[in-house]
Design a protein around this ligand. Sequence first.
Ligand SMILES: [Zn+2]
Length: 439
Amino acid sequence: MIEIMPIGGFREVGKNCTAIKVDNEVIILDMGLHLQHYIDYTQDEDEADLSLEKLIEIKAVPDINMIKDWIPLTKAICISHAHLDHVGAAPFLASKFKCPIHGTPYTIEVLKALIADKEIRVHNKLISHDANAMFRVSDNIKIEFISVTHSVVHTALVAVHTKYGTVVYANDFKLDNQPTLGLKSNIGRMKEMKNVKALIIDSLYAHKPIKTPSESVARELLRDVMLSTNSKGKAMIISTFSSHLARIKSILEFSKILNRQVVFLGRSIEKYIMAGERCGIVEFSKQAKIIKYRREVQKFLKNCKNPEDYVFVVTGHQGEPKSVLARMIFNNYFQFRTEDIVIFSCHVIPGEANIKNREIMETELKRKKVRIFRDIHVSGHGAREDQRDLINLIEPQILLPAHSEINVTEQFLELAEEMGYKENKNVFILKNGHKFKIE
Ligand SMILES: [Zn+2]
C-alpha cells in the first residue's frame, strides 16, 4: 500500500516536504524552508537559536515529528530543485535520517554550499544524478528524475515507481518551450509513463487563467529596457533572483552589447553562480567581476568613478534591508545621480514584509530621481494552462494540489473538475499532518 504524508507546503506556500510510504519503506520528497518565517525570526537577532526544535516551533522547517515512526524506515531523501523552499531545510533536518540525499548536479552543489554556510555537520551521503536519471533506492522502489523547466536549472519532476504504480511529484514546474538556459522539459518521458496513481502538483498559479510565458519573453523584456533606454552616462543597476542563472545569462549578454562590464555584488549571487560553474552549466566568472563580501562591495562602490562603464547586478529585489541594493540606497554605498537606472527583474513576492520593504526602497529611489523599471520578469511557476498540459501528459488517477494557500488550491479544483476529476473521489486537498492512503 502507498501512504502519503504531507509534512509541509500544503495549504501554504513554503517549507515543502512530502513523505511517501510504500509498505514499510519511506521516501522523503524535498526539505524546504519557510523563508518568511525564517527571516522574520532571524533578522532581528544576531545569535538566533537555530536548533531544530526552535525552527520547527516557529514553523520555519517541516515538522518531521509528524512522521516520527517513519524516520527509521526512510530509504532516500530526494530534492526536486535548488530553491530554498525545497532544499533549505535539509541542512537542519537531514541528519535525523540515516539515508542518502539525491538530487540533480546543480541542486546538490547548492545544497553543499548551504551546508558550508550554516557550518552544520550533515552526515548523509549526497548523490548527484542527471536531470533525467533512473535509480534504485531499494528492491521495491525506483526513483526517476524527469527534467522540467522552472526558474532554476536542473529542476526535476520526481517519480516514485513501486509495484502498486507510480507517484509523481511536480513541485515546482512550468512548461517552457523556449528556455534560454539548460534542458528542455522531457515531454516524451512524461507522456510515456503508465499507471500514475497520483500527481502532486504545484498549484501556486491555479487562479491565473493563462499559460505562463516563456523565459525567452523575460529575455525580450530585459533586452528592451537595457538596450532601448537612453543610458548614456548613467549607472545601470539590476536586481534579480540570485539562483536564476538563465536571467543572469541574459543580463551578461545585453551588457556586452552595451559595452559595459558586469559586476556581481553580494554573497548570495556569488554562491549560486559558483555552484553553476562547479557543475559546468555556466562560466560567468570569466566574463564578469564578482565581489562577495560586504566591506569589499562597499569599497568598490565608493571608489567607483565611472559607474556608466558597468552593469551592477545586486541582491535586494524584494527590498531586503541587509541587501547590497538597500545599502547602496540607505547607507550611502553609492552616489545615485538623476536618471540613473534601477531594473527589478522580478515580481514582488506577495507578503506584507516584502511589499513594505520594496515600497520604502522605491520611495527613496524616486526621491533621488532614479528611473525605476519594475516587473521585468516572467514567473517560473506554471499557471492554469500549464497545469492542464501536465495533467494531460501524465494522466494521473488522483490529483493532489500543493504549494498554494487554500483559497488558490480551491481554484485548482475548478480546473480538475473541468477535466473530469471529482473532489474527494480523485482530487483531494491535503492538509499537513493528515495522512492520505492510496487504496
Ligand atoms: Zn521553485
